[in-house]
Structure formats: C-alpha cells, structure tokens
Design a protein around this ligand. Structure first.
Ligand code: M6R
Length: 604
C-alpha cells in the first residue's frame, strides 16, 4: 500500500525522504516520487517502479523541506504520470486512501477551469487546495478536504511557505518530533532512524509542520492538544541484520517474539494469566455468550485457532468471520458478545470497517494487534498487544505466532475467570508455553533438513496442506504462506473433508504436508494420510519427536520437539513458514515483496 514521508528542518531533505521511502518499501508499491521546496517553487520528481529508479533521476537538490510517496495503484495505472506527488499551481500533494466522490469533484473542478493530467483521484486534492489557497495553507487544506468523501492520509506542500500540512481520515499518519526538524510518515518505521518521539494523529485531525514545531488542529481550525509518545522499536529491529531476507530474519526472531508476547502476562507461581490491559469485569466475562473474531488473511487463520481455544477451554461459543464479508452479512450481535479484531498492522481497512459495524450493536470489543497507536487500537475498549516487534516481510510470520500466543493467553484467562479450567491445567500450560522459545530454536537448528524438502518439491504445481481440529488453521496458514511467496498453488484442507471433493486432485504430482502432531484426532489423521498415499501422493508429515509410527506411512517426517498437545500449532507454524521460505528461495522469488501484495491493506 502507499507510503508517505515528509520533512521540514535544517538538513538536506532528499536523503531523509529517500531513506524514509525505502523503509516503507515493504508495504508494497509500484511507483515513487518527491516534491521538494526549492528557491523558485516546488520541484517534483517521480518514476515508475523502484525507489532506485527515482534516485537515478534526482539532481543535486538543495532543499530542507519536502514530501515523498510510494504509490500502490488503485485508481489509474502504475505510471509516472499517475505517481504522486500531484501538483496544482503552487500546491503539491501526496495521498494514501481513496476519494469516493472523485467523479463529482472532477466535474466540478473542470467547470472551474482546472485541467487534469493524471487518472488518479488524488489530483482533485491538489486542485481543491489550490482553489482555496489565499495565503494560509492550513485553511486551504481544511476547506479543500471538507469537500472530500472517502479516506486519506495526505500531506501538502506550498511553494510560498516553508511548512507542510498533513491530515488524516481513516488512513494512518504519524508525526515525528525532532530537534530543529520535524517529520510526518504513514508508518513509524519510516521515522525510526531519525526519532523515537512520535505523535499519533486521529481521524479528522491536521498538523502544520515547521522546523521549529508542530501544531495540531481539528477541522474547525481549533487547536488540538496531543501527547508525545516513545516508540519502543529499535532501528535494528527494522533492518535485516545480516539475513538475506526480512522473512527469514523474522522467522528466527520467533525465539524472542514468543517470549515477548508472554512477558509479564503469566505467573508460574500462581499458575495464572495476568492481563492488566483487559478492562472487562469478572461479571462481563462470566456473562459472555459469544465471541466473534474478525480478521483477514493470516490473522483470520489465527482466529480459527482462537475459536478452537475459546470453545474448548473457556466454553464460549465462537465464530470467526472474514472482515470483508462480515460487514455486509447482517450480523446478529448482542451486548453479551465480545468482538475480537485481530490485525498485525492494526490498519487493515476491512477489519476496521467490520469492527466499526460491530460496535453499532453495543458489544464489547478487543483488539489483538502488533502496532501501538494504530487506528484499530483506538477503536476498541481492550487491547492485547502482541509485542512481536516490527515485521517488514509481507508474509506474516512472527506476528502470526504471537497472535496465537495472545489467543492462548486470552482463552486461559477467560477459562480461569469462568471456572472452566483448574489451576493445575493452567499452570501446566503456562510452564509449557514458557518452554516454547527453546523448542522453536530446536526447529531452527534443523532448518537445513526442512530446506532440502522444500527444494525437493519446489517444482510442484500444486501443494495440499492437511490438518484436523487445532491443526486445521495451521494447514490453511501453511498453504497461504506457500502461495503468497513462492506462487505455488496451495490449498489448506480439513483432512476429513478431502474425500468430499479435493481427493480427485491428488496424484503423485501433488505433495501433501500432513500436520500430524499428537491430538485427539491423530488416528483419524493417519487414516487421511493413508487415503492420499493410496493415490500415490508424496507426503511430508509434521509430527512429534516421540512419534515412531508415522514414518511407516509417509515419505518424509519433519519432527518437532514434544510439547503440550494444545501448543503444537506454534511449533508446526514455524515448520510451514520455513517450508514456504525455502520453496520461494529455490524458485528465486522476491520473498519479502511478493508480486501484487502489500503488507498493510489500507483500502477496502
Ligand atoms: O495487518 P493484518 O493482520 O490485518 O493483515 C491481514 C492480511 O492482509 C495479512 O495477514 C496477509 O494475509 C499477509 N500477507 C499474510 O502473510
């Protein structure tokens, strides 16, 4: 998705903006551009493709004020003309989001004599602000944006004044506080190199940025008091640190990220889960009749394991809905429903819209998210941060296992409050969870073996991932990981469902990954493996170290260390992530930035 950076200060702006844009590359983009304030006005540079293309056309620009953008095409092809910034006279703009009343504004602006050069909706913003500009940029931006329906994070530069004005509505925007310099960005990772002091902007707020300071306003032009917050993420965490790809770095980081999600939330002594951020009262937890989980993609797969946990541990009926479907499905919700929105980025437009819809029914709300200060975190009553650190690879890895850990914690927490789990079970699960980082390290120590299997099957056209009960979500996640980064077609199936259709597709050319760790459905899973073996499929089983039988039925066994039956999904997740990573590597794919995909999907 699109990215924005802006700078005003005493240093040369170009390298700062280019560095910021590079740190936003992971979000996905197809063109990039800069608008720089120079002696005789604004200079704009933009290109299709990579930021390196943009760098190659940049002259030596003397400027201490500018805005930059990476565009992920929505309206209008990914061409140089459609790239941002867009210009109207003395005004330049970069924009993330969608202008829903574009057609109407376009006709109106044409009637006022404006000419359009691009196919983008963003160009209306440049013309609107130009039309209302009478010497005060902030007033012009307010007037212009009042005409707009839709979503935006937008930053404006005016040739006549050494300042930026930026505004947000339903698209992320954060201001960075420096010393004699200030920044704006659509994502904190673009700011980390220069400052850890940030101010998160709310919907319908504007900021006026100069080298000396920042003033925040609402759309009536009234000043708004804002709080400076410290970003806990380090710059190093957002860099590759010697790994060839962010994805493999992030897979390795699960040794610490799982621990970070647990930290301070479990007590081995009392055997309980402590969730200080949860404001639901005991009475409210006891009277919960239903949980509805809203999420997309990998977060949805995490939600499916959440359903299993909430139902089996805490006895709460749980539904998991794809966010983009929920909103249009006439949901049935009540005040005794808890809606849990799961989103790594906290900015996924579908999930935010679904949550807003759910809130109209008066239900309790909770978010499981990885990024502090995001739109999602400000929409809910309760937040469980996953604390996995910045995830740059488009394929979610460490944030997925941290989401799962958060769901384990929450389900044990509810189970204890509702008296569905005794202290011995809770204690034993907590002790097993504490051991997970060491067990993940053991899997990583065996990564060469997993790499060999990935290479062996990397020419396959179709893969199937099979699992039952709590392994089913990991089968879906394994298939999603493989298809998104290696482009191998992959399907995740509940193994029992195979004979109801997909078995017709199984042959010796379809490798099967069978999630066969110990569980109540283990024997049934073995039967399903026999079914696919009978169709001559090659089977890679993921099984526990103690399983001496499974090798008889399959071609390859990837062993995972022994843990509590409930916790195997965490370990199996690491294996399917490695399989996907090494398959994509064998095929020479652009692992961290798969084609057509974006890290944070901020449009519906
Ligand atoms: O930021 P979110 O967790 O809300 O993102 C949801 C999906 O877009 C995301 O999980 C996507 O499926 C990933 N590319 C998966 O690796």
């Amino acid at each position: 998705m699109c990215g924005i950076v802006g700078y005003v200060g005493n240093r040369q702006a170009t390298p700062i903006l280019i560095d910021g844009l590079k740190r936003l590359e992971y979000r996905g983009y197809d063109s990039a551009g800069l608008a720089m304030l120079v002696d005789n006005g604004i200079s704009v540079y933009k290109t299709e493709g990579k930021i390196s293309n943009l760098e190659s056309i940049l002259p030596d620009i003397k400027s201490t004020c500018g805005i930059g953008h990476t565009r992920w095409a929505t309206q209008g092809a990914p061409t140089t003309t459609n790239a941002h910034p867009h210009v109207s006279g003395n005004i330049s703009v970069v924009h993330n989001g969608i202008i829903e009343n574009y057609e109407e504004l376009y006709e109106w602006l044409i009637s006022k004599g404006y000419e359009f050069v691009s196919e983008t909706d963003t160009e209306v913003l440049a013309h609107l602000v130009h039309m209302y500009y009478k010497g005060d940029l902030i007033s012009a931006v307010i007037e212009g944006l009042k005409k707009v329906k839709g979503s935006y994070a937008a930053a404006f530069l005016c040739a006549e004044t050494n300042k930026l004005v930026a505004a947000r509505k339903e698209s992320p925007l954060v201001a960075g506080v420096g010393n004699g310099e200030n920044f704006i960005a659509s994502d904190v990772t673009a700011l980390l190199k220069n400052t850890s002091q940030v101010i998160y902007m709310n919907d319908l707020e504007l900021v006026q940025v100069t080298a000396q300071g920042m003033q925040f306003f609402d759309f009536d032009g009234k000043p708004v008091e804002k709080k400076v917050e410290k970003i806990e993420w380090s710059l190093e965490a957002a860099e590759k640190s010697g790994y060839p790809h962010f994805m493999i770095k992030e897979i390795h980081e699960q040794v610490t990220s799982v621990n970070d999600t647990l930290m301070g939330r479990i007590s081995e002594i009392s055997g309980d889960v402590i969730l200080q951020d949860i404001t639901l009262t005991l009475e409210e937890i006891k009277s919960l009749e239903r949980i509805v989980i809203l999420a997309c993609g990998t977060s949805y797969n995490a939600g499916l394991l959440g359903k299993y946990l909430f139902e089996s541990l805490a006895g709460i009926h749980t539904d998991v809905d794809i966010s983009s479907e929920f909103r249009y499905a006439n949901p049935v919700l009540s005040k005794s429903t808890l809606v849990i929105a799961i989103s790594q980025s906290g900015e996924t437009a579908d999930t935010i819209a679904a949550l807003k819809e759910a809130k109209t029914y008066g239900c309790h709300t909770l978010a499981i998210t990885n990024v502090v200060g995001t739109t999602l975190s400000r929409e809910v009553e309760n937040i469980l941060y996953t604390r996995a650190g910045p995830e740059i690879g488009v394929a979610a890895t460490k944030t997925f296992t941290s989401q799962l850990i958060a769901l384990y914690l929450l389900s044990i927490y509810f189970a204890r409050k509702r008296r569905k789990m005794d202290i011995d079970k809770s204690k034993s699960l907590i002790i097993s969870m504490k051991l997970l980082p060491g067990l993940i390290q053991q899997i990583l120590n065996n990564k060469e073996f997993i790499q060999k299997q990935a290479q062996r099957f990397s020419n396959a056209k179709d893969y199937f991932f099979l699992g039952r009960s709590l392994n089913f979500p990991i089968a879906l996640e394994g298939a999603l990981k493989l298809k998104e980064i290696s482009y191998i077609h992959a399907e995740g199936y509940a193994a029992g469902e195979l004979k109801h259709g997909p078995l017709a597709l199984i042959s010796n050319e379809t490798p099967i990954v069978a999630l066969a760790t110990r569980s109540s459905t283990y024997d049934k899973m073995v039967n399903n493996i026999k079914e696919v073996k009978a169709r001559r499929a090659q089977v890679i089983a993921i099984a526990g170290m103690d399983d001496t039988e499974i090798g008889k039925y399959v071609d390859v066994v990837i062993k995972v260390p022994i843990t509590d039956e409930l916790l195997y999904p965490i370990l199996s997740s690491v294996v399917v992530q490695l399989l996907a990573y090494y398959s994509a590597q064998a095929l020479g794919c652009t692992i961290d930035k798969p084609r057509n995909l974006a890290k944070s999907v901020t449009v519906e």
